[in-house]
Design a protein around this ligand. Structure first.
Ligand code: BGC
Length: 702
């Protein structure tokens, strides 16, 4: 054991030496380059533009891009898709600009690149970290084969208000799960080595607290105590930094009334000084300019404020490009501040190997072989299978029998336009396979599938117009609602089972797509009510970018309690507890065995349960560990996720599953923002979701 430890120490110190050497080499290179650069060229590196032509992800696109590249006024581009176009732009940079500095090419590779994987919220529901890491690895392979070197992902904003449309883009509400996902994504994209031609520079976003917009309304103010920030909202960003993420994107919101993009406490004190982040920081789309609307001054003032706060690169707004020289002349920013920002961008380019070969990601052959390859598509299919969540399975209606007649109905049953989900900017919807085609493709002769659209996603034309900004997602049929319903009912009556594919259009979630109500639109609710009356087994396949209010669909039981945190006019207990998900099988948990009744600050406790597959199928179960700190110096959560394992059990199989808990797992930020564990009584829970758990107690002693 000692020898092994010694071996590890030697390897670690060798690695540290190698790192120091390569950092020193990079410094020498960047120093020499910066010596040759004029002030204008340095400021040019801080400028990130989008020439348009792709899917717009903001309100404005950049002008005069080619000329600016030739003049050395651009550090990077995004929204340029495809190897040939990227090569063209890179040629311009390295052939026409004075110092031939290559460009960064970024994109919103959010859930896959051209091969589109399930939306991030769906992926997180798999609780399968190796799979999530693999999805980022595959996305990096495909995107780099097509010329890109920078992904604006992972989005790790904790989101607890499902009205917020961007809840679709992250891992949801939980800091622990969110941190695991953040780490898996960063490792998947960067693979520990940016110098490879199949790894992408990751960009964790939106720093910070963007998911806590008041009222779930996109871009709204965030107002939060530091304790909540540190305990609940910051952990996933921190996990990404600890995993070595190379870049960070600021958020649109304010924090303590200072916009994140110009917030020195956030970008310098916390990110760089406390967390030791060494990569580059980019603004969000014109978020520097938006500080003018926040009342922080004119473009010159907000640009200077952002640079001084620690922002390195300005996305689209060109405030840095057009005002920093003037600000330097007037003593409002320093040369060092400009140099530091420029250095960090050049370092990212150096790490990506762009100075060695600016065209290393432009490889026609790789693009032809790896983009939308069979390997990618098979993975997408596997990821989709694993991110479905089964909420209810009365009378074992699922899995469907491989004989008989299925009525496949609903506006999303045969709908290519919505299959990719939100934020699939490089995906081609026409290539997607809707449920109807997928079912037919199985080619099961004994199954007869009858299809009817049955309803529009929504009948509301004004609503549809707002959702359809990127193309038709809500397609309002020429037929009347009654005609469609009649057809669906006729089809349903001829079937053995009805499968209704309902929910949200893809752009009912995503950026600038907040909703005030979480229901399935009325047109579809009506459909479900009519289908239910037929009395045949009814399977709902729900597609959405957010948790929906499924009270009617799930037949919830109301538990109102006076003088508790209830609403009067809606059901109160969560319809589905955090961590819930059925499989075709069922699982039994034994009581928890602890290796000891207490632990001290250097010790560990092992908690073990025996889990048995008691159903008729092999199946996977996500075994979850929660703790509760019974008495604290601040109010503590009633349950905190501390660990999980996703394990396959054969039919009838039992396995012992153990978790080890140490003092680190019991720490939290107290009111002085110290990360502490407080001695005392704890509860420990293990189960298949946060509600149905086995429970025991232990003590933390000094
Ligand atoms: C979004 C970012 C995105 C950027 C570039 C912004 O509107 O907030 O998440 O990365 O556009 O497309």
């Amino acid at each position: 054991m000692k020898r092994l430890l010694l071996g590890l120490i030697v390897i670690t110190s060798l690695q540290a030496n190698a790192q120091q050497k390569s950092d020193a080499k990079m410094k020498t290179y960047v120093d020499a380059l910066m010596k040759k650069m004029t002030l204008d060229e340095k400021i040019g590196q801080l400028n990130l533009l989008t020439p348009g032509g792709g899917v717009a992800t903001g309100a404005v696109v950049s002008k005069g891009v080619e000329e600016k590249i030739s003049k050395g006024q651009v550090g990077g581009l995004f929204g340029v898709i495809g190897e040939a176009k990227i090569r063209q732009a890179q040629e311009l940079a390295v052939n026409s600009s004075r110092l031939k500095i290559p460009l960064l090419f970024g994109s919103d590779v959010i859930h896959g690149y051209k091969t589109t994987f399930p939306i991030p919220l769906g992926m997180s529901c798999s609780w399968d970290m190796p799979m999530i890491e693999r999805s980022a690895r595959l996305a990096a392979t495909e995107a780099t084969a097509d010329g890109l070197n920078w992904a604006f992902s992972p989005m790790v904003d904790i989101a607890r208000d499902p009205r917020w449309g961007r809840i679709a883009e992250g891992a949801g509400e939980d800091p622990y799960l969110g941190s695991q996902v953040a780490k898996a994504m960063v490792v998947g994209y960067q693979n520990g080595d940016l110098s490879k031609d199949n790894t992408l520079l990751a960009c964790v976003k939106h720093f910070a607290l963007y998911g806590a917009a008041d009222g779930g309304r996109d871009y709204n103010t965030v107002d939060m105590s530091k304790v909540k920030m540190y305990n609940d909202y910051l952990p996933p960003y921190k996990a990404a930094v600890d995993a070595g993420v190379g870049s960070i994107m600021t958020s649109f919101n304010t924090i303590d009334n200072i916009p994140a993009t110009g917030n020195k406490w956030l970008l310098t004190d916390l990110l760089r000084k406390q967390w030791g982040f060494k990569g580059m920081v980019v603004s969000d789309y014109t978020s520097v300019n938006e500080m003018i609307d926040h009342g922080l001054g004119d473009l010159q003032a907000v640009s200077a404020l952002s640079l001084k706060a620690g922002l390195d690169m300005d996305m689209v707004g060109e405030g840095f490009l057009t005002t920093l020289k003037k600000s330097l002349g007037e003593g409002k920013v320093t040369q060092k501040e400009i140099d530091d920002a420029c250095r960090r961008i050049l370092e990212a380019k150096y790490k990506l190997g762009l100075f060695t070969d600016p065209f290393r990601y432009c490889n026609k052959e790789r693009a032809a072989n790896q983009v939308l390859s069979e390997k990618q598509k098979n993975a997408a299919r596997e990821f989709a299978t694993k991110s479905f969540v089964l909420l209810k399975n009365n009378q074992q209606a699922l899995p469907l029998k491989k004989t008989g007649t299925i009525a496949l109905v609903g506006p999303l049953a045969n709908n290519k336009a919505n299959m990719l989900g939100t934020w699939a900017v490089s995906g081609n919807r026409d290539l997607s396979i809707p449920v109807f085609d997928g079912m037919k493709n199985l080619g099961i002769k004994e199954v007869n599938i009858l299809y009817a659209k049955a309803a529009n996603i929504s009948d509301d034309t004004i609503f549809a117009k707002k959702v359809n900004v990127f193309g038709t997602r809500i397609d309002i049929d020429n037929r009347s609602a009654q005609e469609m319903m009649d057809e669906a009912i006729a089809v349903a009556k001829q079937s053995d089972v009805i499968v209704a594919v309902v929910g949200e259009a893809s752009e009912m979630s995503g950026e600038s797509s907040s909703r005030s109500t979480l229901n399935i639109p009325k047109s579809q609710q009506k459909l479900l009510q009519e289908l239910k009356k037929i009395g045949k087994p009814l399977v709902l396949v729900i597609m959405s970018g957010r948790p929906l209010d499924l009270n009617w669909e799930m037949e919830n039981e109301d538990k109102f309690e006076k003088f508790k945190g209830n609403y009067l006019d809606v059901e109160n207990s969560p319809l589905i507890p955090f961590g819930f998900g059925l499989s075709y099988s069922s699982f039994n948990y034994s009581d928890i065995k602890l290796s000891a009744a207490s632990l001290n600050t250097t010790g560990k406790i092992k908690a073990t349960v025996t889990v048995t597959n008691t159903g008729d199928y092999d199946g996977e179960e996500v075994i979850q560990l929660y703790t509760r700190d019974m008495v604290g110096s601040i109010a503590r959560p009633v349950k905190e996720l501390k660990g999980f394992q996703k394990i396959m059990f054969k039919k009838g199989e039992s396995k012992e599953v153990s978790f080890t808990i140490g003092v680190e797992d019991l720490k939290f930020y107290n009111s002085n923002l110290k990360f502490v564990a407080e001695p005392g009584d704890f509860k420990l829970f293990i189960g298949g979701n946060s509600k149905d758990v086995k429970e025991t107690t232990f003590k933390l002693v000094k």
